[in-house]
Design a protein. Structure first.
Length: 491
């Protein structure tokens, strides 16, 4: 089987806009051609003439990944990407967001958007500015009365500082890349959602009944726990036999919405990025333009296939390995147990909670609750305004949930460690000791959470946390009931 791929050896800093941006000429008429024409079966090449066969041999895959890594060595250490994939470091750590730095970056981004990028490549962005001008009755080019002081008009959410910062963070404050990602995001969003995407963020109500039915199938799921290490959110993708029967525009609309919501008003996710785990078989097809839908940084991509030789890896997988993500991809092959064991080395305990059965069926227990939560959040009302909507706890949080084992979570493990250390030592004042435990958890940026019947987490106050820890404390101190005490803590 012959394999052919193109590799661009230009310095990353000297890439032209066309290297990053290849939009459809007409979004409404040619969407499906652009989204699917390069990822179907057969032997046609993909968008950049990269691959000419349906599947890619092991040697070609490894050579491609090795060559990408070799070129990256010219700019940074070999273990930088591995450390980020393993959750040991974050590439964002070296960026200091001072007020001056943010202001300068926003000014540069505005110049890139308004002056440098050709008009034909930013159709949706220009339309947004036109709508702004109509709504406010001033000329955007000449009126600065509504400016934030950094050259950005605040009437549209697209011109909002927070919106633009998420793209700067996504590209580690590389101004050119951030500008390209933003206009690319808007162009595709405009095709998926229409003019509403230029006026407000995507909402759950934007989905039709047919689209909601696809949404509920759970092809895309944000996991309820974070990866160990840095604590990144994990997006699980599991295409089943129905995948190819679904309009790709619907799939992309869902992905667009989920990845936008996960980074909304959450700067830590914007900085740390997300992890993608894709559970696929050799027939899976992925859109080469799907990467354009993301407004959050990808820190790692784990592609898991069933127990087949590497020559069965889909051609489209290599097609998605565009330069900025190729070094973040890990390919894994094996049966379900093997794959979960491999992922445990990267994600920690979360690998045991992947929403998939050993036979490849999608689990939807948690997804149904998160789906309902999205609906309630956007409905508003007094309940929505007072609820904190804690969907995914941090690694440092202590969790209490009836009927479910959570002793494996880092926050709960830390609590048990603190309790055990006090019990094995000399306790002079139990009340003081418990208060010390609560204080240590909070100093570590942790909170105490209890799972409610609606499917998300509620924060409990110190008094309630004290009562629960006291109960564990008493039972841990009775050897005959230690096993029961542990059960009472984690259930």
């Amino acid at each position: 089987m012959s394999t052919n791929y193109h590799y661009n050896e230009k310095d990353d800093n000297n890439k032209c806009y066309d290297d990053y941006y290849d939009p459809p000429n007409d979004y409404n008429d040619n969407y499906n051609n652009n989204m699917n024409g390069s990822v179907g079966g057969g032997s046609s090449a993909d968008d950049d003439g990269a691959v000419t066969s349906t599947t890619v041999g092991a040697c070609a895959v490894e050579e491609l990944l090795s060559k990408e890594l070799f070129q990256n060595l010219c700019f940074q250490k070999d273990d930088d990407f591995d450390d980020e994939i393993n959750g040991l470091r974050c590439h964002y750590d070296g960026i200091n967001e001072t007020s001056e730095f943010i202001q300068t970056s926003l000014l540069q981004l505005s110049y890139e958007l308004d002056v440098v990028i050709p008009n034909h490549e930013k159709r949706a962005y220009l339309l947004c500015q036109e709508l702004d001008e109509r709504a406010n009755g001033y000329s955007i080019a000449g009126d600065t009365s509504s400016s934030t002081g950094v050259g950005i008009i605040i009437s549209s959410y697209i011109n909002n500082i927070d919106f633009r910062l998420r793209f700067l963070r996504c590209e580690l404050f590389n101004i050119q890349k951030a500008a390209i990602r933003m206009v690319r995001f808007l162009n595709l969003g405009f095709d998926l959602y229409g003019e509403s995407i230029l006026l407000r963020p995507p909402l759950f109500k934007d989905f039709s009944s047919t689209e909601k039915a696809v949404f509920r199938k759970g092809f895309y799921q944000l996991l309820p726990f974070r990866s160990e290490g840095i604590g990144r959110r994990i997006l699980f993708i599991n295409p089943n036999t129905e995948w190819d029967t679904i309009d790709p525009k619907i799939r992309d609309k869902i992905l667009f919405y989920i990845t936008y919501r996960v980074g909304l008003q959450n700067t830590s996710i914007q900085k740390e990025g997300i992890i993608i785990v894709s559970w696929m078989d050799s027939t899976f097809k992925i859109s080469n333009h799907s990467i354009n839908l993301l407004s959050v940084r990808i820190s790692a991509i784990h592609i898991c296939t069933n127990d087949i030789p590497y020559y069965g890896i889909p051609r489209s997988v290599v097609g998605m390995m565009i330069a900025q993500n190729r070094s973040r991809i890990k390919l894994h092959a094996g049966n379900a147990d093997d794959l979960k064991s491999i992922l445990k080395g990267y994600l920690g305990f979360v690998s045991e909670h992947l929403p998939i059965t050993d036979t490849g069926n999608i689990k939807q227990n948690y997804f149904r609750k998160s789906y309902k939560m999205l609906h309630l959040m956007e409905q508003g009302g007094p309940a929505a305004e007072t609820c904190k909507w804690i969907e995914c706890p941090s690694l440092t949080d202590v969790l209490f949930q009836q009927g479910r084992s959570l002793s494996h979570t880092p926050g709960n493990s830390k609590l048990l460690e603190l309790i055990t250390s006090l019990i094995t030592g000399e306790i002079k004042n139990k009340r003081s000791s418990i208060l010390q435990i609560i204080s240590k958890i909070k100093l570590n940026n942790g909170v105490f959470l209890t799972h409610n019947e609606k499917g998300w987490w509620d924060e409990i106050d110190d008094f309630e946390a004290y009562k629960r820890i006291d109960y564990i404390f008493i039972n841990q101190g009775r050897p005959a009931r230690k096993k029961n005490a542990r059960h009472n803590f984690i259930s």
